[in-house]
Write a new protein. Structure first.
Lengths: 378, 319
């Protein structure tokens, strides 16, 4: 197994429409010693997940927050926490970013990214996906324990019933919908420019944001951290025999096998979620991303989960660039998957992400003069 | 306005297929069994038609049948019965929120949950929504029905087909492109929208975006019949704007055999732009069978016979 290529090559893999398409990677070079320290300090190891001390943050000076409820799929309530920049006002025209967590996780672990983005002048909203954290369980997660008495004669019925509520229903199709509902919510937020919306996702969420970009052209800038699905073929995903059996059991009894899920937050998840998530393979959707969407990948060099060296992200960046989509990959030197969320990984990662959003969404001030039409859609 | 839209807007008054008026008796030896299958959380209805002589030791091929837009299982039973008479196990289904299937659920009362406890039982007020027309949800219902059918005694789980009519003709194209269990598909008078839409991220129009914003910001599950019907329509329009079965045709593997059965005089759907164009993208065995003189409803005498025989022959040959 060859050693990863040295940093000079890896840290700056840029393929864009030209030098102007890139953001500067000077910060990575300047912090190389700090990356090395993080990678080698025993106290900064993050094997198997982040730690609660990685989630805490001080709200930046002047940034305010507001907890909101938004809706998807016919009425399922989701939770978001809005972070508003110091100079925010509802008469302005601000870029906004939806911030989503990784696999089987919670928004509280990534609020600090939203706080940092707000500090940099972006409206940011950290969200819990459906059936996670403060977000509700939806129709796919609720099961009546009594027969459903309704018929086609009445389109809506309120009933007092016994029901089973499922949580942590890990489902990337849900997560795509969650991001899209968050985008819609942000577009309607007074003071937000509906034409300047970005999304940030990490780990599994980093895959989901690429899929969102492939499905929804309202997204103008994307940051995909410690993820990076390489280009892949379309077509049906294979079934393993065990998954086939589990699918049958679920369809016949309503309940299949469970497995341990998650890293920083652990819970049981449906074994089936692995198969279900194969329905959404971002690598097979890359050609649907329009040139108006700008993609930044932030992989970690020693990522033990999403692939080492950022190989997938680099391949995807090349693929996108060849098709006229501005894309860039910046690798966190030496870091493992979960180290990206703390110390230098967080400092550099959140800074580069904010740089990307500000470059491709613009700042509040720069766009103020043209703010009026942006709200027309509401 | 494209065809699918026209149908969507007319969906609340579904076209009655003439053939469903007179329910024929079951073919010799065919028996039926009503079943409940789970599609995501919702208990759905299926009626399985079992061929003569089927035993748990049999290794029969099996087909899921999906009704058209705004239709229920009852409208397609005669196809399932015919398939069973040809030796296939056939399961006709109701989608979530339709016919004898359960509806979509939303909590009205606040409840307490804890993510460390995956399942918790509550007694609470829920809002049950019905007659939503959501193509992606219907595709998932078809796939969950496949799971059920694969577990049916006497069924060979490696030989699974899907049959869909009208909008469900598009659904089976989508399902065949994303579900590797499907080995044969028949799309009857199919609406395979999307030929003229580039396969790119959806860019909503201002009014569509306005609807998306409104739903995200104030889209609680609607209370009351008028609000719920309006919501159903609004959600369906948005869903259809992003639903392009045509995009999936070229992702169907070469090992899957797909037959399009079209009505020669179909005025609801332009066969050249839908079935015929989609068939040209297929890598595996495929065909377009045209029912002479028939319209979309296949109500003309003899049209049903021609259409069902073509479908049955296809499944028998490729399963």
């Amino acid at each position: 197994m060859p050693r990863p290529v040295r940093l000079g090559l890896l840290a700056v893999v840029v393929a864009g429409t030209g030098i102007s398409a890139q953001i500067s990677t000077d910060l990575v070079d300047r912090r190389r010693a700090a990356f090395h320290a993080q990678a080698t300090d025993a106290d900064m190891k993050r094997e198997g997940g982040t730690q609660p001390r990685d989630w805490t943050y001080d709200l930046p000076d002047g940034v305010s927050t507001r907890q909101v409820t938004f809706y998807k799929d016919g009425g399922t309530p989701l939770y978001g926490k809005l972070f508003l920049p110091k100079t925010f006002n509802t008469r302005g025209s601000w870029p906004a970013v939806a911030v989503g967590h990784g696999i089987n996780a919670l928004s509280i672990g990534i609020e600090k990214y939203a706080a940092r983005f707000a500090e940099r002048g972006l409206v940011a909203m950290a969200i819990d996906y459906q059936s996670y954290g403060f977000s509700g369980s939806g129709s796919d997660d609720l099961r009546l324990l009594d027969p459903d008495p309704t018929t086609d004669a009445v389109v809506v019925t309120d009933r007092h019933v016994r029901l089973l509520v499922k949580r942590t229903n890990l489902n990337n199709i849900h997560e795509v919908e969650d991001f899209r509902a968050a985008i819609s919510f942000l577009q309607g937020e007074p003071g937000v420019d509906a034409k300047r919306i970005g999304i940030w996702g990490s780990s599994n969420g980093g895959s989901v944001v690429i899929a969102v970009a492939a499905l929804d052209a309202r997204v103008k800038a994307v940051v995909s951290q410690v993820s990076g699905a390489a280009p892949s073929a379309r077509g049906p995903a294979p079934f393993e025999a065990a998954m086939l059996d589990d699918g049958i059991r679920r369809a016949r009894t309503g309940q299949g096998a469970e497995v341990d899920g998650g890293f920083s937050f652990r819970s049981k998840v449906d074994q089936w979620s692995t198969q279900r998530n194969r329905d959404l393979r971002p690598g097979s959707l890359l050609d649907q991303i329009p040139p108006t969407t700008h993609i930044l990948y932030l992989p970690a060099e020693n990522d033990e989960l999403s692939g080492r060296g950022g190989a997938g992200a680099i391949a995807a960046t090349r693929y996108l660039s060849e098709r006229g989509v501005t894309a860039q990959t910046i690798v966190f030197p030496e870091l493992t998957h979960f180290q990206a969320y703390s110390h230098t990984g967080f400092e550099v990662g959140s800074t580069l992400a904010a740089d990307w959003f500000l470059k491709y969404l613009g700042t509040a001030a720069a766009q103020k003069a043209t703010a009026a039409p942006a709200q027309a859609a509401r | 306005m494209n065809n699918a839209f026209a149908i969507a807007l007319g969906c609340l008054l579904p076209v009655t297929l003439a053939a469903q008026a007179a329910k024929p008796s079951l073919p010799d030896g065919v028996i039926t069994r009503d079943v409940r299958f789970f599609s995501e959380g919702v208990v759905c209805f299926g009626r399985i038609f079992l061929p003569k002589g089927l035993t748990p030791a049999s290794k029969a091929a099996a087909v899921v049948l999906a009704p058209g837009w705004g239709e229920t299982e009852a409208s397609i039973e005669q196809y399932a019965a015919r398939f069973a008479s040809r030796g296939l196990v056939a399961m006709a289904i109701d989608y979530r929120g339709w016919g004898k299937s359960g509806g979509f659920l939303y909590l009205v009362d606040p409840i307490r949950w804890d993510d460390r406890q995956r399942f918790s039982q509550h007694t609470a007020r829920v809002r049950i929504r019905r007659r939503r027309l959501l193509p992606e949800a219907q595709v998932l219902d078809i796939r969950n029905a496949i799971s059920y059918l694969q577990g049916e005694p006497g069924v060979d789980r490696a030989r699974i087909g899907v049959w869909g009519t009208d909008m469900a003709g598009g659904h089976v194209v989508v399902a065949a492109a994303i579900d590797s269990r499907i080995k044969a598909a028949v799309a009857q008078v199919p609406i395979v929208d999307g030929r003229d839409v580039p396969r790119k991220a959806f860019a909503p129009s201002p009014s569509q975006q306005g609807a998306m914003v409104r739903l995200a910001r104030s889209g609680q599950a609607p209370a009351g019949v008028i609000a719920a019907e309006a919501r159903n329509d609004e959600e369906t329009k948005l869903a259809l704007a992003e639903y392009h079965p045509f995009w999936y045709a070229d992702a169907i593997p070469a090992t899957t055999a797909v037959l399009f059965v079209v009505a020669e005089k179909d005025t609801t759907v332009n066969n050249d732009a839908h079935a015929v164009a989609a068939s040209k993208l297929l890598k595996g065995p495929n065909g377009v069978a045209s029912v002479s003189g028939a319209t979309h409803s296949l109500a003309m005498p003899g049209a049903f016979e021609t259409a069902v025989d073509a479908a049955a022959a296809w499944f028998v040959k490729y399963l």
